[in-house]
Design a protein around this ligand. Structure first.
Ligand SMILES: Cc1cc2nc3c(=O)[nH]c(=O)nc-3n(C[C@H](O)[C@H](O)[C@H](O)COP(=O)(O)OP(=O)(O)OC[C@H]3O[C@@H](n4cnc5c(N)ncnc54)[C@H](O)[C@@H]3O)c2cc1C
Length: 396
């Protein structure tokens, strides 16, 4: 009988798992003892990390997208569009339904469908929504806005946590400051404010670096500002404890939550995320405990940082656990919380060297003291090209 691994979502994490399993089990797949199926609603993979750079024209849509068929091993059976768009997930009956009404059963299930912006969670936000967080098109709209900034108060507001890559809004703010100072040459005409929903910005050493840089660059930071509503007519933000901020231009990172289909399937917790064992990543949520169901990437527990770096390490751990499950050796390979947050504090310009750093940490091991460097900038810029041929293919 053919065993089946069913992977929901062919984004970063799902693609890595599919590729690692396809390499490991090429003989079993050829003998039809094992089948790997991956589903996604569309056939194009987007590296969302590139959204932060589009407003400054540092990557093009071609740089940050690839057809999934170039990324996923041909040993994997891929279904996109109506046969890949998931409409219901039933863990008790081990059955997944897609838009065409086709149903897929499985022996092992990997849920890696990412998360989505929840604009309606903030009253009034839709009336003045400028964000680089949601799509290439929206990032280009932000590009058009920043190109035309001539003065006034710009507020970058992170509505609430968790969001994917919580460092990205900080990175964006530093890049915007550098862009106005070095390219537009109008930095002195602009008041730049970062409204942040928590007290610290990342772990202690990350917070220290960022806090120093915000001060040095004269960027105002308003902490613990959890966005409650936006009044587009008055150009005013109100926080959950009633504080207000006025703006001329608002750039927002909206609240996020797991895909609605997973919430509707009864798999999410009351905060809107999928619970899992933080080490094995096996599903431990409102639908029960399921050892044959793995949860990884952005839709996972609220207290696991949502980053591409984290999704990658989770995918490597889950792949190894699936290899162990299928071989029946009962070994568990834990995810140890490996994650990271790339930061940029300066753009490369005729008068400045780009500066960046990729801070990494794991459960119980916070980042070491660090500073941004020219080499960090180059490595981070290069990573966007390496991503497709090394990381997504699961070769590292
Ligand atoms: C602006 C921004 C900047 C970022 N910068 C960085 C960075 O610098 N470094 C970093 O490490 N991380 C960064 N990230 C985070 C990183 O992109 C995510 O953590 C990573 O993509 C998560 O991978 P995933 O596989 O969980 O989800 P995704 O890569 O989002 O994949 C989810 C897949 O599921 C599919 N899907 C969803 N719903 C359905 C459905 N109903 N049916 C079928 N398919 C479905 C989607 O189409 C998608 O292909 C950034 C994110 C953003 C938004």
């Amino acid at each position: 009988m053919t065993e089946r691994v069913l992977i929901l979502g062919a984004g970063y994490a799902g693609s890595v798992v599919a590729n690692v399993l396809a390499r490991e089990f090429r003989n079993r797949i050829a003998k039809e003892e094992l089948e790997i199926i991956i589903l996604d609603r569309n056939d194009t993979n987007i590296n969302q990390g590139g959204f932060t750079f589009i407003p400054f024209e540092l990557y093009t849509p071609e740089d940050i997208t690839r057809p999934r068929k170039k990324l996923i091993s041909p040993r994997v059976k891929s279904f996109y569009g109506r046969n890949g768009e998931i409409t219901a997930v039933d863990l008790h009956n081990k059955e997944v339904t897609v838009k065409s009404d086709k149903k897929y059963s499985y022996d092992y299930l990997v849920i890696a469908m990412g998360c989505r912006a929840d604009i309606d969670a903030v009253p009034g936000l839709a009336d003045d929504l400028n964000t680089f967080y949601t799509s290439i098109e929206d990032a280009f709209k932000v590009r058009d806005l920043v190109k035309n900034i001539n003065g006034g108060r710009i507020v970058v507001s992170v509505a609430s946590m968790p969001v994917p890559c919580p460092g990205a809004p900080v990175k964006f703010t530093f890049m915007l400051e550098s862009y106005l100072r070095n390219f537009r040459k109008n930095r002195d005409d602009v008041q730049l404010t970062l409204a942040w929903p928590m007290e610290p910005i990342g772990p202690p050493e990350f917070n220290k670096l960022v806090t120093g840089q915000l001060k040095e660059k004269n960027i105002e930071v308003i902490r613990t500002f959890q966005l409650a509503s936006v009044d587009a007519a008055k150009k005013e933000l109100t926080s959950k404890n009633g504080d207000t901020i006025n703006y001329d231009l608002l750039i927002t990172v909206p609240p996020h939550k797991a895909p609605q289909v997973l919430i509707d399937s009864g798999l999410a917790d009351d905060k809107g995320w999928l619970s899992a064992d933080k080490a094995t990543l096996q599903y431990r949520g409102s639908a029960g405990n399921f050892d044959d169901v793995y949860v990884l990437g952005d839709l996972g527990p609220a207290d696991i940082l949502k980053t591409g770096i984290g999704a990658h390490y989770q995918a490597i751990a889950v792949s190894q656990n699936l290899i162990n499950d299928i071989r029946g050796n009962r070994i568990k390979t834990p995810y140890e919380g490996e994650t990271g947050c790339p930061i940029v504090t300066e753009l490369e310009s005729p008068s400045t060297q780009g500066r960046g750093y990729i801070a990494t940490w794991k459960y119980g091991v916070p980042p070491e003291p660090f500073t941004t460097t020219k080499m960090g900038w180059f490595l981070y810029r290069m990573y966007y090209h390496i991503h497709w041929d090394i990381s997504v293919k699961g070769l590292f």
